[in-house]
Design a binder for this molecule. Structure first.
Ligand code: ADP
Length: 577
């Protein structure tokens, strides 16, 4: 309802025929309304909860059913312009051809409203036409708009002769969709007025596709899809789907890779500094790398580390990636029982997505990462197919140069990827898969090894994670021994690491509270005095340089003894043997 220039309140009654839209990639709704008639309020009956009024229909187009009568001259003029305009458009677009037909078939009196709804005018101008009650007025108001549009088109066609492709975009005829029978007066109002943004996005995407160095086959598919995308209304769910697909295609590292660094000496140092013990495993990994260095490529059998949880299988995989200078990506296979997890879903329904291999490649953005297939022994099986079979294709050097993910539907070369697998046991690994891999057993650690691992690796790592320094916490070997024998029972060191983490958290609370106390009581000299007595000799200089502003609370460093262990971790879970 709006106020007309004459001051009367003229409304347009309409029926919402269709509301389509989506919230993704950004909210966009299109409302298709078929106008019924103009009306005027005679009396407002009630305002709440919604206004109800008695109305009077203003325009009565029925009176023209036997011809336009004296208005025929105006109507002829209007018809002539309308035809001229439509014929300037690209007739190969189905909507335009349909519109051309409609111009001949529809009663002339309905034409002004229809054309006003589809030519490019401001909302204000459109409203003015809705305000025009008499047919003569309607013709008079729409003719100048048609003429203006025709002139604009002529001008644009002149300037754009060199770029014939752009002509389709000259007029914003938005596709009038499906059940638009044009019985009354259809108004196709776009709630979001300007969709140029998305047009630009598509142009950008097209540019990106052309600049991406992808194989010919993939490029062909992309070009076909972008053509489809251009013709698709944004509100269609398929629009987002196709766009996602194309974005993935652009992001995939078709030709991007890192350069390998095959230096055995450096590899030995790095493996040694990252991991204590595990001599056999490290030796085997070095042999593997040595052969690769001699052959100057990283192709070869797939290593599979087999051992109990927490013995450092994943962490060795990460070290290998670091050693050879490759990106690392872990794919957890535990519980995967659908082959589309590996190979993706076909792009036939909303929500389909690529498999984990392609996802991993997208994340690391290079085509030669180290993929750690974690827990291959925990692969499941289900009605949705056998993921192990899909994995076989991924791992087989004869096949994996043309691995086809169902979502991508074009092949991607996996031959540069270095696969490493881990498993807790070989018993449940499917035999065909087992056959492809070279097994390296990783045994658990004995107590002494665990203590060394804790002091060399786990404690420094946890301290750093919790923002603590050795001046604030000390975990003597006896305490570590206590944790290992009384609080954990495992082959690896994972729960040991967790317990150390718990201790660090508890100490962090104390340290933070201590700082608070010291700063609050402004007793800096007390802290200094206490510092002199409480901090052991070797830490004193550091505590002054590094943490003077932190102002050490009195009992620093906090030493973890048996009592502290009991306080923090609770009573021992296991009795000493
Ligand atoms: P897994 O993959 O075998 O289950 P992880 O690789 O996740 O075990 O190891 C758990 C933790 O133990 C990691 O933080 C890892 O760094 C550490 N760790 C295990 N073994 C060693 C070792 N020999 N030297 C240093 N750290 C180790």
């Amino acid at each position: 309802m709006h106020r007309s220039p004459q001051g009367t309140r003229i409304g347009t009654a309409g029926i919402a025929v269709q509301i389509v839209g989506s919230n993704w990639p950004k909210p966009h709704y299109t409302l298709l309304i078929t106008g019924l008639c103009r009306f005027q309020i005679v009396e407002v009956l009630k305002e709440k909860p919604y206004p109800v009024a008695e109305v009077e229909q203003l325009d009565r187009l029925e009176q023209y059913t036997n011809g336009i009568g004296e208005l025929s001259e105006l109507s002829q003029q209007f018809y002539k312009y309308a035809i001229q305009l439509v014929e300037m458009l690209d007739m190969s677009v189905p909507v335009v051809a349909k519109l051309r037909n409609l111009l001949d078939r529809l009663p002339k009196e309905t034409l002004p409203d229809i054309l006003a709804s589809i030519i490019r005018t401001s909302t204000n101008e459109k409203l003015q036409i809705l305000d025009a009650v008499g047919l003569e007025e309607r013709f008079k108001k729409t003719i100048p708009l048609l003429v203006r549009q025709i002139e604009g088109l002529k001008l644009l066609q002149k300037t754009r002769k060199s770029k014939p492709n752009d002509e389709k975009r000259i007029v914003a005829i938005r596709p009038i969709r499906r059940n638009n029978q044009l019985l009354g007066r259809p108004l196709h109002l776009d709630v979001v007025e300007d969709d140029d943004d998305d047009g630009d996005d598509i142009v950008m995407l097209e540019k990106k596709i052309k600049n991406t160095n992808m194989p010919e086959q993939a490029m062909k598919v992309c070009i076909k899809e972008i053509k489809r995308l251009k013709k698709m209304p944004q509100s269609m769910p398929e629009f987002a789907l196709t766009r996602n697909y194309l974005e993935l295609m652009v992001e995939l590292p078709w030709n991007k890779s890192t350069t390998d660094r095959l230096d055995l000496h450096a590899a030995r140092i790095l493996l040694d500094s990252d991991h204590y013990a595990m001599q056999k495993l490290k030796q085997r990994v070095l042999e593997y790398l040595a052969v690769r260095q001699l052959k100057n490529n990283l192709k070869g059998p797939i290593l599979c580390f087999v051992g109990p949880p927490g013995v450092g299988k994943t962490s060795v995989g990460r070290s290998i990636a670091k050693t050879v200078g490759r990106e690392f990506y872990r794919i957890a296979l535990g519980g995967v029982c659908d082959q589309s997890d590996i190979r993706g879903h076909r792009r036939t329904y909303v929500g389909s997505m690529p498999g984990r291999i392609i996802n991993g490649l997208r994340t690391v953005a290079v085509n030669n990462p180290v993929f750690l297939l974690d827990e291959v022994d925990k692969l499941g099986k289900s009605l949705q197919g056998d993921p192990a079979a899909a994995l076989l294709e991924v791992l087989d050097p004869e096949q994996n140069h043309s691995f086809t993910d169902h979502y991508l539907n074009v092949s991607f070369d996996l031959s540069q990827v270095l696969f490493i697998a881990t498993a807790n046991t070989t018993a449940t690994i499917p035999p065909a898969l087992l056959d492809r891999m070279e097994l390296i057993q990783v045994a658990g650690y004995i107590q002494e090894e665990k203590i060394e691992i804790a002091h060399r690796h786990l404690i420094p790592k946890q301290l750093e994670l919790h923002g603590l320094t050795p001046q604030q916490i000390q975990i003597p070997k006896e305490a570590t021994e206590g944790i290992i024998s009384r609080y954990t029972r495992e082959a690896g060191v994972r729960s040991l690491e967790r317990k150390i983490g718990a201790i660090c958290r508890a100490v962090a609370v104390k340290v933070a509270e201590g700082q608070h106390k010291v700063t609050n009581s402004s007793s800096t000299h007390v802290a200094a005095k206490e510092g002199k007595e409480g901090v052991p000799e070797e830490n004193k200089s550091e505590s002054i340089t590094d943490t003077t502003d932190v102002a050490l609370p009195p009992e620093m460093p906090i030493v973890i003894d048996r009592h502290a262990l009991k306080d923090i971790l609770g009573p021992p879970i296991y009795e000493m043997e």
